[in-house]
Design a protein around this ligand. Structure first.
Ligand code: GLU
Length: 588
């Protein structure tokens, strides 16, 4: 038996997820599990929760949630609605995601009861070399210079992953799914507050002529919230994709426009073959126990699933339920578990098609129990060291931590058959590479690679290589009970902070019985194996002294998560969207 539990192909008669988890647990001599407890739902903050019996959508924007709901009402599947939502998000939340970016899509089929993970992550072109972001002296170039360059653009994957999902799970015709976004792009929409805020804070957007004309007025002032914005170029792009499928993007005039933008410094960073060769991939689903549940996410090239399951796998060695959710002892434990997970992430996790990632070992219950044993209740560990693996097959490679700025979006959609899409989608930095073609922005996801190919005489696992996918932090997740029924689906944007946001929300709901709205609104405390970060303007700052007494170096930060969460409870779905962004959950 492998440690990677692969749900695809599993059916209730032949194999239950819970049975395998319990067996894995017995073999690894886990502590006895407590009796099953229902997740308690209290009412959340007003206006942030929706309930539904048939459908539920929770996205980062009301127009995207409405478009998804309209598709569900027409009999569309969760995947159909996800395509409509993504097309609208590329219009109303273009700073975060779009067809110029990449995504990880976790799909639960409510009928066949199969879980699958699809990878639409951007890919390094064939000309990309390990020194892509090094200067003539072999030193890493300035992050922002790299981030705004054509060479930071990875081959986009969003449309290919949606196409693959639609081929498997689509009920409505592909072309119909783009109509809400096309109509909105043509008739116009009121510029949402988050987008207005992002434009106003980013004067570099003006360097790109198409972006300047779209996001700023003739005098160069950022367009304010509420401005009626039309995007006819995006409507035209979507019309071509609606009519001819994703191929209209990966070849022909749209592809030519992308290549002209990426290669505008006269160097061929990306070729027509790079676009034509792009493939979305199915990846291993990773599931591990947490309390009485199984938490499932996706494996490399994202580090999100592994790190999330490591944090929870360490925390399950402690009884958090009796602790005060807003007290220092509980938050100290979460921060310490997170330190340990980030130490392993930073060293070992990269695209597993290129690097030997010890996924199974990183998630072994006995390993995580030993890691938990390093945690002291009276003192922080300080900087955690990565685990050492004695298996001679595992090469311990050096790693470099890097800046990963915040944009990205997550949405959850549930259809009337019980299918779930939990998808995180990104163009990396806010507005990606700040390069706009055909009404959409190109990603700068290649900056998620390590700029340094080697350190301390050893190769970095996440170094740039042709055809490789940069390590992500995205962590779309779905949680199941012992009968294999979904109980929670969630995810968040936030760069490497995604991992902490999702872990904390799950602890809030599973250990402390908080509702989706409460979990989404809870003040954040995070640790990425450095200072302990506390969200600014929150009551969590009251814990500063207590955490400093435990030895934490505390820093105050904005911590702008964008959680979208759906809970399944007693035949009802409860959805919530993070109050820190413009999102909304809608149920029926
Ligand atoms: N590029 C990041 C990743 O793939 C996401 C950036 C963000 O969430 O802001 O992990």
């Amino acid at each position: 038996m492998t440690d990677d539990l692969r749900l695809r192909g599993a059916s209730p008669g032949s194999f239950t997820l819970w049975g395998v988890l319990m067996l894995a647990c017995l073999l690894a001599s886990c502590a006895a599990q407590p009796a099953p407890q229902p997740i308690l739902t209290e009412s959340g903050p007003a206006g942030t929760e929706a309930t539904g019996r048939h459908f539920m959508v929770a996205t980062a924007d009301p127009a995207a949630s409405e478009a998804a709901l309209a598709i569900l009402r027409q009999g569309g599947s969760a995947v159909d609605a996800a395509i409509a939502a993504q097309a609208v998000l590329g219009l109303v939340e273009p700073q975060s995601s779009g067809i110029g970016g990449g995504a990880f899509l976790l799909h639960w089929d409510g009928v066949t009861r199969k879980l699958s993970a699809l990878d639409g992550r951007e890919t390094a072109p064939k000309n990309a070399r390990p020194d892509l972001f090094l200067d003539a002296d072999g030193k890493p170039v300035d992050f922002i210079d790299a981030a705004l360059s054509g060479r930071s653009v990875g081959v986009p994957g969003v449309l290919r992953v949606l196409e693959l999902a639609h081929r498997r799970e689509g009920r409505l015709p592909w072309a119909d799914l783009f109509q809400p976004a096309i109509a909105l792009a043509e008739s116009g929409f009121a510029l949402p507050p988050q987008l207005a805020h992002a434009i106003a804070g980013d004067p570099r957007l003006k360097n790109d002529p198409e972006a300047r004309a779209y996001f700023f007025d003739a005098a160069g002032n950022p367009r304010p919230a509420g401005t009626l914005l039309r995007n006819p170029a995006y409507a035209e792009t979507l019309r071509a994709i609606a009519a001819r499928g994703a191929d209209a993007f990966y070849g022909g005039p749209i592809a030519q426009a992308i290549l002209a933008e990426v290669n505008d410094d006269g160097i061929q960073h990306m070729s027509a073959m790079d676009l034509l060769d792009y493939r979305a991939r199915e990846r291993d689903v990773l599931c591990r126990p947490y309390r009485v549940y199984a938490v499932c996410s996706t494996g490399p090239p994202t580090s999100g699933g592994i790190a999330l399951l490591q944090i929870l796998g360490i925390l399950r060695n402690f009884d958090l339920a009796p602790l005060d959710p807003d007290g220092a002892p509980a938050l100290h434990l979460i921060a310490e578990a997170s330190r340990l997970a980030f130490a392993d992430r930073d060293r070992y996790v990269a695209d597993a098609d290129f690097a030997r990632v010890p996924t199974a070992k990183l998630l072994e219950a006995s390993y995580l129990k030993a890691r938990a044993g390093q945690i002291r209740s009276d003192r922080t560990l300080g900087e955690a060291r990565p685990g050492k693996f004695t298996d001679p097959m595992i090469v311990a490679e050096a790693s470099q931590r890097q800046v990963e700025p915040q944009s990205t979006t997550h949405f959850v959609i549930v259809d009337s058959a019980g299918d779930i899409v939990s998808m995180t989608s990104s163009i990396e930095m806010g507005f990606g590479s700040h390069r706009m073609v055909g009404g959409f922005l190109l990603n700068n996801q290649l900056t998620d690679f390590s700029f340094l190919p080697a350190a301390g005489g050893r190769l970095v696992a996440n170094r740039i290589e042709p055809g490789k996918r940069p390590r992500s932090s995205m962590a779309p997740a779905i949680v199941f009970d012992q009968d294999n029924n979904p109980v929670i689906a969630l995810g968040s944007p936030g760069g490497p902070n995604i991992i902490g946001y999702v872990a904390q929300a799950l602890v809030e709901m599973i250990d402390w019985g908080r509702s989706p709205g409460q979990a989404a609104a809870a003040a954040h405390i995070l640790n990425r194996n450095g200072p302990t970060l506390i969200e600014t303007d929150t009551s969590a700052l009251d814990l500063r002294d207590a955490l400093e007494d435990l030895g934490h170096a505390v820093e105050e930060r904005q911590l702008k998560s964008g959680l979208n969460i759906v809970q399944f409870k007693d035949g009802v779905m409860i959805g919530a969207s993070d109050p820190r962004r413009d999102g909304i959950a809608l149920g029926e």
